[in-house]
Design a protein around this ligand. Structure first.
Ligand code: T4K
Length: 407
């Protein structure tokens, strides 16, 4: 049992840095053979692997259509574009900047709303209030986020969308593998959902995204949109983008999908291990997943109550860095406080978002993270908490710029 934290000169918990995330990759050999086939075929984009990946994803999720794109950000951009929205979009500020960027790129208005204190996803009451804008500024859509993989509360959000006759959309960047309380997969909700396949996600294609929907017309439009808006006759129907997923990425996505169920199981078990290990540490709490729902466990994020833990989230992050444990302050600063958005909604009041963003810390989590490493990280947190008085002000803090060593 370690009793002296590294920040006070003790031996660091790890000899080498534990990264906050690592992609789990499929067995290399069969994949490399397929890579050779793709190279031989000379079809590097718009080929059969993208089509087969889309069909496999749609089958896995039980959704009508999956449209592969180059990343989740452009997936969201194209989705908003294809829906032909006008007015303002209701969305959380407690999210990654990309959610808001997709709205801003479409020149739609932004109405940031607050999150629920327990689930950390959009608070339906705040969404309802946010959907009632000033005269002349119609609400265009509700865009909720399955934060850290925990599914949003769909029925009350759906009620807001129905009341205003606007689509309910989900930024499901973190949500692949999550389940709604009725057992259906995240990816089947609302008008459409958009996943990310970037390397920090539980299913990765290197980079990539997937828009899923049961609306066949929308899926068709999205396929044109990702191809410059060119329906095939070189007479562009609207202003699209090149948002194609390359064949090699689709190959990686397909091979990863085949392994995904076991990866997901391990990831969930690792998240549960963290929760069990840290359950009795004063001042540490976790995100609540709605009753009956299943998180994808994309991230393991803890909330630090400084008055019980004995130090702030920032100081804990500095102490863990000394132990060679990388962390991230997802999501700090919240989007409405970021330079690109401060002028957009200067007077917005989001008390829960402010408190949450200042107190959450994302710990290392990936599918092949060993139980032993999790136990040692938890032990390091416990040791730090017990030495909180001793550590006092001696731990340096500073979370403005990312620390390049904190990988
Ligand atoms: N909506 C939400 C809610 C999102 O969170 C995101 C993205 C999006 C939309 C947009 O999705 P995409 O357009 O990206 O598909 C990361 C990711 O870059 C970003 O995708 C993610 N969310 C965001 C929350 O986090 P960073 O800058 O914090 O991650 P980075 O690159 O420092 O990597 C973190 C760890 O992963 C490090 O330990 C290194 C390791 N890593 C990273 C990469 C890129 C690897 O082991 N291999 C790799 O290839 O942003």
């Amino acid at each position: 049992m370690r009793t002296y934290p590294a920040i006070l000169g003790g031996e660091p918990a790890f000899a080498e840095q534990v990264p906050v995330s690592r992609p789990t990759t499929p067995p290399a050999e069969p994949l490399l053979r397929r890579v050779r086939d793709v190279l031989d075929s000379a079809m590097l984009t718009n080929g059969r692997h993208v089509r087969e990946f889309e069909a496999e994803v749609a089958g896995f999720l039980g959704v009508g259509h999956a449209v592969a794109v180059s990343n989740c950000t452009v997936g969201l951009m194209l989705l908003l574009r294809c829906l032909g929205l006008r007015g303002s979009v209701v969305l959380p500020s407690f999210t990654f900047m990309a959610t808001a960027h997709a709205v801003a790129w479409n020149r739609l208005g932004i109405r940031f709303v607050d999150v629920d204190a327990a689930t950390w996803t959009v608070d339906p009451d705040s969404a309802a209030a946010g959907a009632v804008g000033a005269a002349g500024d119609a609400v265009a859509a509700v865009l909720a986020v399955h934060t850290f993989g925990a599914p949003c509360a769909v029925p009350p959000l759906s009620a807001v969308a129905v009341r205003h006759r606007v689509p309910l959309l989900f930024d499901a960047a973190h949500g692949f593998g999550a389940k709604y309380p009725d057992g259906t997969a995240v990816g089947t909700g609302g008008t459409a959902e958009v996943f990310s396949l970037s390397p920090t996600k539980q299913l990765s294609a290197g980079e990539g995204g997937l828009v899923t929907t049961n609306d066949g017309d929308l899926a068709r439009e999205l396929r044109v949109a990702r191809e410059y808006g060119n329906p095939g006759d070189y007479d562009s129907a609207f202003v699209g983008l090149n948002a194609r997923l390359p064949e090699l990425s689709a190959l990686l996505g397909r091979a990863s999908l085949a392994e995904f169920p076991q990866w997901l199981e391990r990831r969930r078990a690792t998240a549960l291990r963290y929760r069990a290990n840290l359950a009795d540490v004063p001042g540490v709490t976790f995100q609540q997943v709605p009753e009956g729902a299943l998180s994808s466990a994309k991230d393991l994020t803890i909330r630090i109550d400084e008055s019980h833990f004995g130090m702030s989230r920032d100081r804990l992050a500095a102490c863990l860095s000394a132990e060679r444990v990388a962390t991230r302050c997802y999501f700090y600063p919240p989007v409405h406080r970021q330079r690109a958005y401060r002028q957009v909604t200067p007077s917005v009041s989001l008390p829960e978002t402010e408190t949450l963003a200042a107190s959450v810390l994302t710990l290392p989590l990936y599918s092949h993270l060993s139980a032993d490493v999790v136990d040692r990280i938890c032990e390091a947190i416990r040791t730090i908490q017990q030495a909180a008085d001793l550590i006092g002000e001696s731990a340096p803090v500073g979370i403005g710029a990312p620390d390049p060593t904190n990988l």
